[in-house]
Design a protein. Structure first.
Length: 158
């Protein structure tokens, strides 16, 4: 882990606010390490700028208090992270494009995009430690509930 730490994945303002201990098991930490080595460190290397983890690992109690969190979220297993660029939605879009170009991911979700663009407030990215990675690209449009339509590489300009 060159650019990220386990602590970044375990820290959650929501957990602090709710007084939830957000500790990971050894297997979950191994999954975090794999996500960083396969996806996030190469992404950071190619992007050339800092990337923030806004949500990493979530214990079941923390996941339960997160708005719109899936009960089967990959965050529960240490296989997902929500990330942001310091360059706002345009930088987040560039991160999403770069993840797809590098080709090592399970899911990339362009989160909370406006109806008429792909400029996300953040990017959700995952990597399955065991099993096949789906190479799935999706978006979540603000105000559409739990609907995550597929995004083509062509829509991304790739």
């Amino acid at each position: 882990m060159k650019y990220f730490t386990i602590s970044e994945f375990l820290y959650s303002p929501s957990a602090v606010q709710q007084h939830i201990w957000n500790g990971a098991s050894r297997q979950q930490e191994d999954n975090i390490i794999t996500l960083v080595e396969k996806v996030l460190d190469p992404l950071r290397q190619h992007y050339g700028k800092p990337i923030s983890i806004t949500s990493g690992f979530r214990c079941p109690k923390l996941n339960a208090v997160m708005p719109n969190a899936s009960k089967s979220s990959q965050h529960l297993f240490g296989e997902a992270a929500d990330i942001c660029s310091n360059d706002g939605p345009i930088g987040n879009y560039a991160l999403g494009q770069l993840i797809v170009q590098l080709g090592h991911f399970d899911q990339v979700i362009f989160e909370d995009v406006p109806m008429d663009s792909l400029l996300p407030l953040w990017i959700h990215v995952s990597w399955r430690h065991n099993g096949s990675n789906r190479q799935e690209i999706r978006k979540h449009v603000i105000g559409t509930g739990n609907v995550y339509p597929i995004v083509s590489r062509k829509e991304l300009g790739l």
